[in-house]
Design a protein around this ligand. Sequence first.
Ligand code: MN
Ligand code: MN
Length: 373
Amino acid sequence: MSSRPTPFIPTIGGDTSFHNNVPDPLLAGKELPTFKFALEKSAGKVSGNSYGKEATVEELPISKGIAGVSMQLEPGVMREMHWHATAAEWAFVLKGRVRTTVIDPLGNSEINDFEPGDIWYFPRGHGHMLQCLGNEPCHFILIFDNGYFSEFGTFSVSDWMSRVPKELLAKNLGVDVAQLATYPTSEVYFGRGAVPPEPAALPLHGATTPPLTHKYRMLSDPPHRVFDGGQEWRVDSTKFPISRTVTGVVLDLDPGALRELHWHPTADEWHYVIDGNVSVTMFGSHGRYRAETLEAGDVGYIPQGYGHSIENIGDKTARLLIAFNTGVYASIGLTQWLAGQPKDVLATNLSQPAVSFDDFPKGEVFIAPAKKS
Ligand code: MN
Ligand code: MN
C-alpha cells in the first residue's frame, strides 16, 4: 500500500476538495453551526421595486463554497455591465423574462433571452449584464461558486469609468473629453431606461457566436428522474458544457416524501426553497447532528461530504432549487451503500440477524414516498 501523500493540485473555481483537507474551525466544534438563512426575509439592496438579497459567509458562515443572491428587476431596469473577479455565476429564472449579454476573452458576445425554468452560466471573470424584458418584473436566483463572493463587490463598468481621469478615458475611446461630461460619477448598479427591444439589436461589433452557449432551458427538459414521491431535474456540464463548476437541480417532493440520507463526495450543496416546507437534516460525524426547517425563500447549505436528507413536511408539493459547486455531479445514498454489502456485513455491523435485511432496498431509493398509513 502506498503511503505517498496526495499531491496538492491547484484547481480552478468550483472544486473545493482542498477545503476539507484543512481543519475548519467553524465545523470542528462540538455542535454543528446553523445551515439555514432566511434569504427573502433579509433586507438586501433595494432600489424602487428592484432588489438584490445575498447569502454569503457574512450571512451564513457555513456556506464557504457557494454564495447566492435573490434578485428582482423591474421593467426597464438593468443590473449593469460587470464582472466577478473571484466567482463564476449560475442562475435560475423564477419569474418573468431576462436578457443577458456576456463577453468572452476572445471577444465573442452572446445575447440571450430567458424565461422561467431557464438557467445561465458565466465563467469567472467574463463580463455580463442582466436586464428585465417586457412589462412584468423578473425574479431570479444567482449562485456563485465561492461563498466569500459578494454581489455588492462586483467590478462594474460605471464604477470603473467614473474613477479614471476623463482624459485617459477619452484617449482610450478616441472621443472628445466633452463627450464624457454627463457620464455616471459613481457605480450605477441598477440602471434605468427603456424597456429593451425585441428581438435584441446587434452588438456594436456585429453578430458573433461563442464556442459554447451560456444558456440552457432546464425545465423544458423532461425530469432527469421520476420517482413515486417526487421528481428531479439535473443539469451539469455533461448537458450544459460551459457550466464546468456548477451543477443545478430542481427537486420536487410530494407531501411526506423524503430525499433520502446521502452525501456528495466532491461538492458542497446549496438550497433555495421555491415552494413548500421541508425539514433538512445534517450529520457531521462524532455524533453531531442538526435539523432545520426551511420554508419558501429560505436558503440551506450542506458542506461537501456531510450526510443529509430533505423531507417535505408540508401539505403541498415542495420545490427546491439546489446547486453544487462542481461541473460533474456525484452522490452516494444510504440505501445504495447498504445494498452494496453482503448480508453478513450488515448483520455484524448492525447486530441484527442476517434475515432481517432480506426486505431492504436492492439499490438506491433516492426519493422515498410518504409512508402509506
Ligand atoms: Mn453577475
Ligand atoms: Mn444532497
